[in-house]
Design a protein around this ligand. Structure first.
Ligand SMILES: Nc1ncnc2c1ncn2[C@@H]1O[C@H](COP(=O)(O)OP(=O)(O)O)[C@@H](O)[C@H]1O
Ligand SMILES: [Mg+2]
Length: 259
């Protein structure tokens, strides 16, 4: 397979450590153009650390990251030009009007958008009526919708989302998935982390299950279910008479709740 044409992201042997602690160990996976790829794992599995290395916020101890054909170690600016990253809502200035926050980030990405275009973008996330409210006065879910729309405002080839649906109400969650699917329709890709197995099963084209810093399985949700449906451990944790991705996940990562 021609890497440049098919993969928007190739991660090979990635390790990340905090001092002596290895949070990510020899992780490899790739994301295809037009794919929604889910990173699933219990708390502390190493999902955020992996995304931070892709974003360039953490320097990997070893391994390679290739984004849109550019090695992130050798050509970091070219590699990261293809990325859209969801920032924490605390990264935004609470005293700015919502419309100003969008104008600011559009400017940072080099876009020249008119006020009407920005209002239209706010309309896509049902926040046009809040345009002249201070960012800090929005609810948590509304702030999260703004941070998500900013992650995609420059039409990036690969969007990285860390637990994008955590804390969203069902309507906002539905809207988010529609936005994510619209990205896929453009042939662009999304790499996200989630705790929701139901979402992963219904929306992700492929997933990687990660635990203790290591990838333990990569496949389509259905292939993972099919592969493990006869495992005694999977059958023993299954509660609904039908094997789900959650059953496979629990069987592979264990029942112990992580701190
Ligand atoms: N800044 C840090 N310093 C030290 N250890 C960290 C730091 N950030 C995360 N860790 C540890 O690295 C491991 C992976 O964390 P993280 O990548 O945040 O997991 P996840 O996002 O899957 O919940 C955890 O054991 C966590 O405690
Ligand atoms: Mg995390």
């Amino acid at each position: 397979m021609n890497d440049r044409q098919e993969n928007i992201l190739t991660v090979n042997g990635l390790s990340v450590s905090y001092g002596k602690f290895q949070a990510v160990q020899n992780v490899s996976f790739s994301v295809l153009k037009g794919e929604i790829f889910g990173l699933l794992g219990p708390n502390g599995a190493g999902k955020t650390s992996t995304l931070s290395a892709l974003e360039g916020l953490l320097k990997p101890q070893s391994g390679s990251i290739v984004i849109d054909g550019y090695d992130a170690g050798e050509k970091p600016l070219y590699a990261r030009a293809s990325l859209g990253v969801q920032l924490q809502s605390t990264s935004f200035q609470p005293e700015l009007f919502v419309i100003e926050v969008l104008e600011l980030y559009a400017g940072i990405y080099g876009l020249t958008l008119t006020r009407n275009q920005i209002l239209a973008i706010l309309g896509e996330i049902s926040l046009e009526d809040q345009a002249f409210k201070k960012f800090g006065q929005l609810s948590g879910g509304q702030q999260q919708r703004v941070s998500l729309v900013i992650a995609t405002i420059h039409n990036p080839k690969l969007v990285l989302l860390d637990e994008p649906t955590t804390g969203l109400d069902p309507q906002s969650r539905r809207q988010l998935w529609e936005r994510i699917e619209a990205i896929r329709e453009k042939g662009h890709a999304v790499l996200l982390t989630t705790h929701s197995m139901e979402e992963a099963e219904s929306v992700c084209d492929r997933i990687a299950i990660i635990d203790h810093g290591r990838v333990i399985a990569v496949d389509t949700p259905q292939a993972l279910i099919d592969k493990h449906r006869a495992d005694p451990e999977v059958i023993s944790v299954s509660r609904r008479g039908k094997i789900t991705l959650e059953d496979v996940f629990i069987a592979l990562t264990g029942k112990t709740v992580r701190a």
